[in-house]
Ligand binder design. Structure first.
Ligand code: ADP
Ligand code: ADP
Ligand code: MG
Length: 451
């Protein structure tokens, strides 16, 4: 087993990883920016080291400082969490070269699957359905026009190195193509330092369904059910659940098989997620995330498996002790992302101090957070401050439980989206399962009016 792990992240996921390490008797090192010196992850870790100033670029993305901290403190592993350096293959390679374990797949796999164009090519070769679109990179506007002639409108322009819902543009009218293409490319260069673009047919109003995978060093690959993450705003997830109730057994089974093929096709190891868009009963691979996912707790709730502990065990070269036949999903779990933002003011991120905090409780109610009474919410980082997760025997039971838990949850001193989450789960279409990725966009005024 790994002995000492540096957690190259902050916020709720750093706290989550520290807890898992402690349960496995692994020593923990927190890293923090000057801005985060009083943050919860710093207080919970065995050791903590400041790696730079507030801006992510100077601290949580500061590869040199993170690596030298890990080396100096004699760590044998680095857990990157999600976001920040988690999908940076060059960083993963440096960790490996310094004789430490990057807790995730190898640098080669991250490089391969992080290049969405290459990942799609690999899937095509292995007969995993992909969204129709360009064959590889679309270098210029003329090639883009040619693709549109072939596949028709509407289309989605995407960035090969993209993530977090950014660098994506929809095109419905041919006269918008030039502008959208050049703007998407500009955005991709600014955000990911990579202007490689590709084009997909825009699947109108699909469901986002993804499959969780675990794979060890010995060729064992299992799927741990699916998650419906269709409640999104600007292509970013807001609420997630497992399972996706109305999926037919046949399609579900095909999706699991495709996810396992995806993992096997690149000799994947550790935890990963294979993402699909689902159009009625047709599903298409969109990408593989080679890291722990924000919404992993819903899978933990329905499978009873601690995914972060599994990541640490796999990284310690321990064979998976769970077999596919051990995965039986009979309950339902829902997660709400709690963001410090003001939905009534265009989702303006809110920073400040938490004056009062009351956390919900009860059977199968979980709140993953870095908040504590009096803590500071920094304007420098992601606005997600916590995740409220519940599970129950049925989806309707989970919704009732979630409503009560949202009522109990009080975060005073900053604006949050708690009321919006309550409106979403109170909406009849949501309750009836009658929604897709356009739900928030279509219903925003109504959802905000209930507040
Ligand atoms: P998940 O699929 O786990 O829900 P998201 O796409 O919501 O992940 O991203 C998780 C976190 O990582 C978010 O905070 C998001 O802003 C960040 N993120 C994801 N991909 C990138 C990227 N390529 N560059 C920068 N940040 C990213
Ligand atoms: P990211 O790396 O930013 O997470 P994804 O490729 O996973 O990018 O796409 C993010 C979201 O955008 C998806 O969850 C889905 O809602 C939407 N999306 C992506 N590709 C398509 C498509 N071809 N048609 C319709 N929606 C799509
Ligand atoms: Mg995605």
């Amino acid at each position: 087993m790994l002995k000492k792990v540096l957690i190259a992240n902050r916020g709720e996921i750093a706290v989550r990883i520290i807890r898992a390490c402690k349960e496995l008797n692994i020593k923990t090192v927190a890293v923090y920016s000057t801005e985060d010196k009083d943050s919860l992850h710093v207080k919970l870790a065995d050791e903590a080291i400041c790696i730079g100033s507030a801006r992510s670029k100077d601290s949580y993305l500061n590869e040199t400082n993170i690596l030298s901290s890990a080396i100096n403190l004699k760590c044998d592993g680095i857990h990157p969490g999600y976001g920040f350096l988690s999908e940076n293959y060059k960083f993963a390679k440096k960790v490996e070269e310094n004789g430490m374990k990057f807790i995730g797949p190898s640098a080669d796999i991250i490089e391969m699957m992080g290049d969405k164009i290459k990942a799609k090519e690999l899937m095509k070769k292995n007969n995993v359905p992909i969204v129709p679109g360009s064959d590889g990179e679309v270098e210029d506007i003329d090639s883009a026009r040619e693709i549109v002639n072939n596949i028709g409108l509407p289309i989605l322009i995407k960035a090969s190195g993209g993530g977090g819902g950014r660098g994506m543009r929809r095109v419905y009218k041919i006269e918008d193509l030039d502008k959208e293409f050049s703007e998407a490319k500009k955005e991709a260069i600014a955000a990911f330092n990579n202007g490689e673009m590709y084009i997909e047919k825009l699947i109108e109003n699909p469901k986002h369904v993804e499959v969780q995978i675990l794979a060890d060093d010995y060729g064992n690959v299992i799927s741990l059910g699916e998650r419906d993450c269709s409640i999104q705003r600007k292509n970013q997830k807001l609420l997630e659940e497992s399972p996706y109730n109305t999926l037919s057994d046949e399609i579900r089974d095909q999706m699991y098989k495709s996810a396992i093929i995806a993992a096997r096709s690149c000799n994947y190891t550790n935890a990963g997620t294979v993402e699909f868009v689902l159009d009625n009963d047709k599903f298409y691979f969109i990408e593989m995330n080679t890291r722990i996912q924000v919404e992993h707790p819903v899978t933990e709730m329905v499978t009873g498996i601690d995914l972060v502990k599994e990541q640490l065990k796999i990284a310690s070269e321990i064979p998976l002790s769970i077999k596919q036949s051990d995965i039986n999903i009979n309950t339902h779990s829902i997660e709400c992302r709690i963001n410090s933002e003001n939905p009534l003011k265009g989702f303006l991120p809110a920073a400040g101090k938490v004056d009062f905090l009351n956390l919900p409780g009860g059977r199968n109610v979980r709140f993953d957070t870095y908040l504590y009474n009096g803590c500071k919410i920094s304007p420098y980082y992601d606005s997600m401050v916590g995740k409220l997760i519940v599970s129950d025997e049925s989806r309707s039971g989970a919704i009732i439980k979630l409503k009560e838990a949202l009522k109990e949850l009080k975060i005073l001193g900053i604006n949050t989206n708690i009321e919006l989450q309550n409106s979403i789960i109170s909406n009849n279409d949501f309750i009836n399962g009658d929604y897709d990725t356009s739900f928030i966009e279509k219903n925003l005024d109504k959802l905000l009016a209930v507040e």
